[in-house]
Each structure stands twice: as structure tokens, then as C-alpha cells.
Design a binder for this molecule. Structure first.
Ligand SMILES: NC(=O)c1ccc[n+]([C@@H]2O[C@H](COP(=O)([O-])OP(=O)(O)OC[C@H]3O[C@@H](n4cnc5c(N)ncnc54)[C@H](OP(=O)(O)O)[C@@H]3O)[C@@H](O)[C@H]2O)c1
Length: 234
């Protein structure tokens, strides 16, 4: 399925792309020459975000803004970057706009902050993880991948290479490979084949730990997994 490698891939729609997690992924992919559509509940907000990215990258940047459902309809690579409290309702609303064969890359972390708790804690999700909740809610012809949970959006929004591994989990090997190739387009990010989607249960939890470490040590923590053979990092 992957048509990638070094060249640009198909358009990437970032649903909820006006917040730091989505917007700065968009920035990095726009810099890498990818075509990115920012999605928002309000088209005007999406257009503002797209304009802000163009101001950073240059007018040649292939970035535009659309309302979320129009963004879904315009791309078959979808990246979901919304707070956990909005994830389920938004997926239900967008389900009919997602085209058959789409890949939904979910970065949602079920932080307890969603229900008024601490950002350094998570809430239990019946399906096991936010990503598995997403899989339950999309059509069977949409593949779900979990990725980008452990990357600091603040560092992503800067100009320097990142220093972080991205663990990619999915039950669809092709969708996972495409996601890893997309992650590798961001300088300093090293994607790792994280196995099945159920492993998102663990990866999502790591983010809460990183947030706690950031609060304690006033930093922007990321992760590096060492000791694996090169094939794990492709
Ligand atoms: N920030 C990070 O460092 C980071 C890192 C890794 C993963 N994540 C995860 O990525 C997700 C997004 O993080 P973020 O910091 O970018 O979040 P955010 O700024 O709170 O939200 C992102 C966007 O989601 C939309 N949104 C907010 N509430 C919504 C709702 N109830 N229903 C539908 N859309 C809603 C908003 O866009 P519109 O108002 O324009 O629609 C908002 O700009 C979260 O699940 C977070 O845990 C974050």
C-alpha cells in the first residue's frame, strides 16, 4: 500500500489541527514538502492555522484549512489530534465523511485532565486505549494506527530537530509502515514498529509519565528505545 519513500505522499488531513499537537505536526510535514490540510470545527480557524504555517514555511507550503468533515473527505490519511473528551463524539460525527481505505492515525491520550483531573494521570478506557476506542467507532474499512503520543508539541513547534522515538502500533501492517515513513520525515524522530494496536494502552500511558516529569523537572521529555536491531526502527 505504501507509495512512499523519500517523495511526498498523499494529502494528510489533521483533524483538530488547530491545537499544538496537530498544528506543529502540520508545520513539520509542510517543511518536508507534504500536502497538509488542517481540520477544525470552524473553517476560519483552520484557515488561520494554515496561514500561520505558511508564514513560517513560506508561500510555497502546500497547507490549507477546512472544516473537519471536509478535511476528512479530501484525504485518506487522517491524523486525529483532539483532547480525549472530544474524541469519541468527533469520530462518530466524521465517520460518514471518511472514505473507504482511509488510515486514521490517532494521537489521543486519555488524560485525566479531560475530566478535571491531573494531566499526569490517565483515565480508564473501556476498550483499553483511546486508539482502540477509535477503532471501535470507525467503519471496518478504515485502518487505525496509534502514533505520536510521546512527542512534545512544544518542541515540534520549534525549528530544531526533535530527539524522540515514535512508537507506532496498528493491526494493519501497511498502515503502520506508512505512518512510520511519515514520522521519519520529521528531523530527529525515529519511528519504531510497536506491534499491535493494543500496545497503544502502554504508549498512551507513557505520555502521562512524561507530563509528570516535565512538571517535576521543567522540561520537554521525550523517549528513546535502545538495544533493538535496525529493522525495528524502519
Ligand atoms: N500537546 C502535546 O504535547 C501532545 C503530545 C502528544 C499527544 N497529544 C495529544 O494530542 C491531542 C491534542 O493535543 P493538543 O494539545 O493539540 O490539544 P488541544 O489544543 O486542547 O486541542 C486540539 C484541537 O482539538 C479541537 N477540539 C478541542 N476540543 C474539542 C472537542 N470537544 N471536540 C472536537 N474538537 C475539539 C480544537 O480545534 P477546533 O476548536 O479548531 O476544532 C483544538 O484546537 C490530545 O489528545 C493530546 O493528549 C498532545
Amino acid at each position: 500500500m505504501s507509495q512512499m519513500g523519500a517523495g511526498p505522499v498523499r494529502p494528510i488531513a489533521i483533524i483538530g489541527g488547530t491545537g499544538p499537537a496537530g498544528m506543529w505536526l502540520a508545520l513539520r510535514w509542510a517543511r518536508a514538502g507534504e500536502t497538509v490540510i488542517i481540520g477544525s470545527r470552524e473553517r476560519a480557524r483552520a484557515e488561520q492555522a494554515a496561514a500561520a504555517i505558511k508564514a513560517r514555511v513560506g508561500e510555497h507550503a502546500a497547507v490549507s484549512g477546512l472544516e473537519n468533515s471536509a478535511a476528512c473527505a479530501a484525504a485518506d490519511i487522517l491524523v486525529l489530534t483532539v483532547p480525549f473528551e472530544g474524541q469519541a463524539a468527533l469520530i462518530k460525527r466524521l465517520k460518514s465523511a471518511m472514505t473507504a481505505g482511509s488510515i486514521l492515525i490517532d494521537a489521543t491520550v486519555p488524560l485525566a485532565a479531560s475530566i478535571g483531573g491531573r494531566a499526569s494521570r490517565t483515565v480508564g478506557v473501556w476498550q483499553g486505549s483511546a486508539a482502540e476506542q477509535a477503532r471501535e467507532l470507525v467503519s471496518n474499512d478504515v485502518s487505525v494506527v496509534a502514533a505520536f503520543h510521546n512527542v512534545s508539541a512544544e518542541l515540534m513547534g520549534g525549528d530544531n530537530p526533535l530527539d524522540c522515538d515514535v512508537i507506532v502500533c496498528s493491526d494493519d501492517r501497511d498502515a503502520a509502515q506508512l505512518t512510520r515513513e511519515l514520522a521519519a520525515k520529521i528531523p530527529g524522530i525515529r519511528p519504531i514498529d510497536g506491534g499491535k494496536l493494543e500496545n497503544a494502552r502502554i504508549v498512551e500511558q507513557i505520555t502521562a509519565l512524561l507530563i509528570g516529569l516535565n512538571i517535576r523537572h521543567k522540561g520537554h521529555a521525550g523517549i528513546r528505545i535502545t538495544g533493538l536491531p535496525p529493522i525495528a526502527y524502519r
